[in-house]
Write a protein that binds this ligand. Structure first.
Ligand SMILES: Nc1ncnc2c1ncn2[C@@H]1O[C@H](COP(=O)(O)OP(=O)(O)OP(=O)(O)O)[C@@H](O)[C@H]1O
Length: 123
């Protein structure tokens, strides 16, 4: 088998190409990027604390990274077969479940951080 090991910088370029492909071609990626940008704008407007910034940024990255992995897994599954397959169903469902789990965590945490600032705004 041909050795395809890339040097470190080359590997970083491949990874960057993956990020660009995800955000330019995948609708879910574009939606999550837009939601993350909105969260960051609100975080800046409300001058949230350093700890809250860390939580917001980590959750944005975790949600997007999980969706990227889910997209990669879906594409690989579709390359294996597009016919109905019980294992493919489990793989895709578990992968989508991971996205749902971190997304729910992000929504709940986001509400816990931003709602008090919003309430303060209207008082
Ligand atoms: N080849 C297959 N065999 C069995 N079940 C499948 C197969 N392809 C898809 N499914 C089922 O359909 C669901 C949706 O699959 P799909 O690939 O359309 O993902 P999606 O979450 O809708 O993707 P997208 O990111 O495009 O919105 C899967 O979670 C799985 O339950």
């Amino acid at each position: 088998m041909k050795n395809r090991k890339a040097p470190f910088l080359q590997s970083v370029m491949y990874a960057l190409a993956g990020i660009i492909t995800f955000f330019s071609k995948e609708r879910n990626g574009q939606i999550q990027l837009a939601v993350s940008v909105i969260a960051i704008v609100f975080a800046w407007i409300f001058s949230i604390t350093k700890t809250e910034w860390l939580i917001v940024l980590i959750l944005c990255a975790v949600v997007m990274a999980t969706e990227m992995l889910n997209t990669a897994i879906e594409k690989l599954c579709d390359r294996v077969t597009t016919d109905y397959d019980e294992i493919i169903k489990v793989v895709k469902d578990v992968s989508a479940g991971a996205v749902l789990l971190v997304s729910l965590l992000a929504v709940i945490t986001g509400l816990m951080i931003f709602v008090p600032y919003l309430i303060n705004c209207f008082q």
